[in-house]
Design a protein around this ligand. Structure first.
Ligand SMILES: NC(=O)c1ccc[n+]([C@@H]2O[C@H](COP(=O)([O-])OP(=O)(O)OC[C@H]3O[C@@H](n4cnc5c(N)ncnc54)[C@H](O)[C@@H]3O)[C@@H](O)[C@H]2O)c1
Length: 250
């Protein structure tokens, strides 16, 4: 990955930072100059330590960010770390395959809580700090599965569809304050979540349908996320960017 100084002076919150895309994103933002607040339901201490090795400041905050009270608890720590939050990468998520006849209301709600509620709660927690500074970048992780006929993903695709609507609508409301909001759609990738929910065999077969015929890895997404969280994307908001090895060629 090319290192630039595109994020010097910025403070970035990365959710789901304990592993997968979140760790790769936090590290690359740090290499480009950002201080990092690594948030996860599990300990993100290792990610924070790796960020510090790049020379940037970092803290790890442990919370279930689908819970409004836990988000409220960590908000002073997020804002107080450097006195500002400039960038939010709404990456935490989970992508369970659920047979439609087993999809009860509890599973539906849980899938929305993890994939959609988390993004709403975190954006509303930090957007006032962005407004104060007249600059902000919010990047929401969606999924390329939205454009594909993936079976057993009614709850997940609905939740990520809501992320796209949330992205468009929030972009409208926050644009007057210099805050952009965009979504990124990765492909099936070799992350801990990809391994657990999708499995290596399916990830490989998805790779075979991509224009670029190799399985996605966490590092494949970081360039797009860094662009959307930098000054370079200042005139771009409300967009859903597909970064999936050319699976969805729309
Ligand atoms: N990996 C893929 O194949 C793939 C494909 C398309 C989209 N995505 C999306 O990318 C994002 C990251 O995926 P990944 O593969 O890195 O997943 P992952 O499971 O490897 O990592 C997700 C991280 O989020 C954390 N997390 C989950 N629920 C949380 C909660 N309630 N509060 C705080 N932290 C929580 C987990 O502990 C984990 O560290 C997700 O939004 C996912 O939907 C992934």
């Amino acid at each position: 990955m090319t290192t630039t100084d595109s994020h010097v002076g910025r403070t970035a919150v990365v959710t789901g930072a304990a592993g997968g895309f979140g760790t790769a994103i936090a590290l690359e933002l740090a290499r480009r100059g950002a201080d990092i607040i690594a948030v996860d339901i599990n300990s993100a201490d290792e990610t924070a330590a790796a960020v510090r090795e790049t020379g940037r400041r970092a803290i790890a905050l442990q919370a279930d960010i689908s819970d409004p009270e836990q988000v409220a608890d960590i908000t002073p720590d997020m804002i107080g770390f450097t006195g500002r939050v400039d960038i939010l990468i709404n990456n935490a998520g989970a992508f369970p395959f659920i047979d439609i006849f087993d999809l009860d209301y509890a599973k539906w709600r849980q899938t929305f809580a993890i994939n959609t509620d988390t993004q709403f709660l975190m954006a509303t927690a930090v957007m006032r700090s962005m407004r104060e500074n007249g600059w902000g970048r919010i990047v929401n992780l969606a999924s390329n599965s939205l454009g594909l006929a993936v079976p057993q993903m009614v709850a997940y695709m609905s939740a990520k569809g809501a992320v796209v609507g949330f992205t468009r609508s929030l972009a409208t409301d926050l644009a007057p304050y210099g805050i952009t909001v965009n979504a990124v759609c990765p492909t099936a990738s070799r992350t801990p979540g990809g391994h657990k929910f999708i499995g290596d065999e399916i990830i490989d077969s998805v790779a075979g349908m991509q224009a670029i015929k190799r399985a996605g890895v966490a590092e494949d997404i970081v360039g797009t996320v860094c662009f959307l969280s930098s000054d370079d994307s200042a005139f771009m908001t409300g967009q859903t960017v597909v970064c999936d090895g050319g699976l969805m060629r729309v």
